[in-house]
Design a protein around this ligand. Structure first.
Ligand SMILES: Cc1cc2nc3c(=O)[nH]c(=O)nc-3n(C[C@H](O)[C@H](O)[C@H](O)COP(=O)(O)OP(=O)(O)OC[C@H]3O[C@@H](n4cnc5c(N)ncnc54)[C@H](O)[C@@H]3O)c2cc1C
Length: 479
C-alpha cells in the first residue's frame, strides 16, 4: 500500500509570490492560514483578504487560533476549508469499502469493469501465518486462474454470438470479475477536507483489519505535520474501539433466512406516509404562507386530477440533467437490498443516503452473470464458490473480520438503503440507465418499480437517463 499526498490548498497570494520568485516562509505553505482567516470572519470586521494576509504573516498564531476555535469552541466546520488530495495505491477492494464509507469526501476509483485485472491480490496480515497463508494463497491463485479462463470463454462466446471485439472484451472483463476475491488491489484518488480527514483517520485506525488501520496511519503520516492545528485528535478511543464488541450485547436470535417482503433483491421497508401528498404538502408549505398542517389540509381537499396537474407543473420544464425540486427531500424511502459485492461497490458511492451494511454472508449465495452461464463456465464457477466458502469458514475461525478477503465479487450481503425522493431520482437516472452495469441496473429497476407503486405521481418521470425524453413524452401525451 502506498498513500501519497497529491495536493492541498494554500493561499493564492503565496502562489503568486512563488511565481514571482520571491522567498516564502515554508511554514506558511499550509491550508491552516486560510482556515484561520475564515474562522476570524465571524468576530473581526476586516475584509477577508486582510484576515488572510494576517494569517500568512503569523502562522503560529493562526495555528493557535485554529486549535482554540476548532477544538476549544467546537466550531469544527472551520477545518473544512483545508482540502487535500490523496493518491491511494495498492489497497484491497475490502479495505476500499472501509475508506469509501465516509460520505463527505470524493473518490474516483480504478474500475474492474473497464480494466483487466493482472494483480493476484494481497495476503492479509491476519493470515500471514501457516497454515492460513498457504490456504489463502492457493485459493486466490485459483480464483485468479478462473477469472482468466472465464474472461477467455465469455469473450469467445460473445464473439461467436456476433458481438464486436471491443464489446466482447468489455463484457468479458465486466463479468469474469465476479470470481475475483475482495483481496484484489485497487487504486483511487481521494479529495477530502480536514474535518472529515480527522474523523476518517480516527475511525480507520480503530478498524478490525490491519490493512485499514495502516491506511489510517499513512493518511495521518502524510498530513499530520502539515496541518497540526486541524487534524489533531486521530487516536481512536474506547468509543470507537468498542463498537465491534456491541455484538456480544445482542440477544441470541436466529432468523428464518427469508428476505423481507418483496419478490426480488429489493424490499421497500418503510416510506413517508402517502408520499404524493407529502411532496405536494411540502411544495405548498414552501410557496405559500401556511403552516404545514394547513398545507396538508389543502392537499387533502384536492382531487386526484388536481394533484396530477400540480405534479405536471413541477416537471414541465425539467430535463434529464435537472435535479427535481428540493421539496422532494421531505419524503423518504427505506429499502432492504440483498446484493453482490460488485453491486455494493457501486451502491456505496451514493453518498446522500443512509447505507447500513451487514457482513457478507455465504448463506446468501452468489450472483452469477448470465454471460458465464452462456459461456459454459457456470458449473466451474459454482465449484469455485463452494471451495471459497469452505476456505472462508476455516479463515473465519481465525478471524471473522478478515475472512471476507477471500470472498468473491459475486458473494452477497444485505444492506439498508434510505434516501429521499430527490436522491432516488438521481440514483435511478444514473443506475437504471443503459450505461449502468447490469447488476446495479437491475437493483435500480426494482427500486423504481417499488416506489412508482406507492408514489405514482412523484416518480412519474423517474427513469434511466436514456429513457428520460420518452418517459416525459408519454407523461405529457394525454395532458
Ligand atoms: C456508468 C457509470 C460508470 C461509473 N464509473 C466509475 C468509475 O470508473 N470509477 C469511479 O470511481 N466511479 C464510477 N462511477 C461512480 C460515479 O462517479 C459516482 O461516484 C456515483 O455514481 C455516485 O453518484 P454521484 O457522485 O452523482 O452522487 P451521490 O453521491 O449519489 O450524491 C448525489 C448528488 O449530491 C451531490 N453531491 C454529493 N456529494 C458531493 C460533493 N462532494 N460535491 C458536490 N456535489 C456533491 C451531487 O449533485 C450528486 O449528484 C460510475 C457511475 C456510473 C453511473
Amino acid at each position: 500500500m502506498k498513500i501519497l499526498l497529491a495536493g492541498y490548498n494554500i493561499d493564492r497570494d503565496l502562489i503568486e509570490q512563488l511565481k514571482r520568485g520571491e522567498t516564502v516562509d515554508e511554514g506558511a505553505l499550509t491550508p491552516e492560514t486560510i482556515s484561520a482567516a475564515y474562522a476570524r470572519i465571524s468576530r473581526n470586521p476586516a475584509d477577508v483578504n486582510i484576515l488572510r494576509e494576517k494569517s500568512r504573516a503569523a502562522v503560529e498564531k493562526a495555528r493557535k487560533s485554529n486549535e482554540q476555535i476548532v477544538f476549544g469552541l467546537g466550531h469544527a466546520s472551520v477545518a473544512e476549508h483545508a482540502c487535500f488530495n490523496f493518491d491511494v495505491i495498492g489497497v484491497s477492494r475490502l479495505a476500499i469499502e472501509y475508506l469509501e464509507h465516509f460520505r463527505l469526501a470524493s473518490y474516483t476509483e480504478k474500475s474492474q469493469r473497464y480494466i483487466k485485472i493482472e494483480d493476484d491480490g494481497l495476503i492479509p496480515e491476519e493470515f500471514s501465518d501457516e497454515p492460513f497463508r498457504g490456504e489463502f494463497l492457493t485459493l486466490v491463485k485459483e480464483q485468479n486462474a478462473f477469472y482468466r479462463r472465464a474472461f477467455e470463454e465469455i469473450e469467445k462466446a460473445l464473439l461467436k454470438n456476433g458481438d464486436c471485439a471491443k464489446d466482447a472484451s468489455l463484457k468479458a472483463r465486466e463479468d469474469a470479475r465476479y470470481a475475483l476475491p475482495l483481496a484484489i488491489r485497487g487504486q483511487l484518488g481521494m479529495t477530502v477536507n480536514g474535518r472529515t480527514l480527522e474523523n476518517m483517520i480516527q475511525k480507520l485506525q480503530a478498524a478490525p483489519l490491519a490493512e485499514v488501520r495502516e491506511m489510517g496511519r499513512q493518511l495521518f503520516a502524510r498530513c499530520g505535520k502539515l496541518v497540526p492545528s486541524l487534524v489533531k485528535y486521530t487516536e481512536p478511543d474506547s468509543y470507537h474501539l468498542n463498537q465491534g464488541k456491541l455484538i456480544n450485547a445482542l440477544p441470541s436470535v436466529s432468523g428464518n433466512g427469508k428476505q423481507a417482503a418483496g419478490q426480488g433483491a429489493v424490499a421497500l421497508l418503510t416510506h413517508s406516509p402517502n408520499p404524493d401528498n407529502s411532496i405536494l404538502t411540502t411544495l405548498i408549505f414552501n410557496k405559500l404562507p401556511l403552516s404545514f398542517e394547513d398545507a396538508g389540509e389543502a392537499v387533502r381537499e384536492m382531487t386526484v386530477k388536481q394533484k396530477k396537474e400540480l405534479f405536471l407543473e413541477l416537471f414541465r420544464d425539467m430535463n434529464s440533467y435537472h435535479s427535481v425540486s428540493r421539496v422532494f427531500e421531505n419524503t423518504e424511502f427505506t429499502f432492504e437490498i440483498m446484493l453482490s459485492a460488485t453491486a455494493f461497490a457501486q451502491l456505496k458511492r451514493h453518498r446522500m443516503g443512509t447505507l447500513l451494511i451487514q457482513p457478507y454472508l455465504t448463506e446468501l449465495g452468489v450472483t452469477i452473470p448470465e454471460t458465464m452461464v452462456a459461456a459454459g463456465v457456470e458449473t466451474a464457477y459454482f465449484d469455485l464458490v463452494r471451495k471459497v466458502n469452505r476456505v472462508y469458514s476455516r479463515l473465519a475461525e481465525k478471524n471473522t473480520d478478515a475472512a471476507p478477503y477471500c470472498l468473491t465479487n459475486g458473494h452477497r450481503r444485505r444492506v439498508i438503503f434510505k434516501l429521499n425522493a430527490r436522491e432516488l431520482y438521481h440514483f435511478v437516472r444514473l443506475r437504471a440507465d443503459e450505461h449502468a452495469q447490469w447488476d446495479i441496473r437491475s437493483i435500480a429497476a426494482e427500486v423504481m418499480a417499488l416506489v412508482k407503486e406507492v408514489a405514482p405521481f412523484t416518480f412519474m418521470l423517474a427513469s434511466g437517463k436514456h429513457e428520460f425524453q420518452e418517459t416525459k413524452k408519454q407523461v405529457f401525451l394525454n395532458e
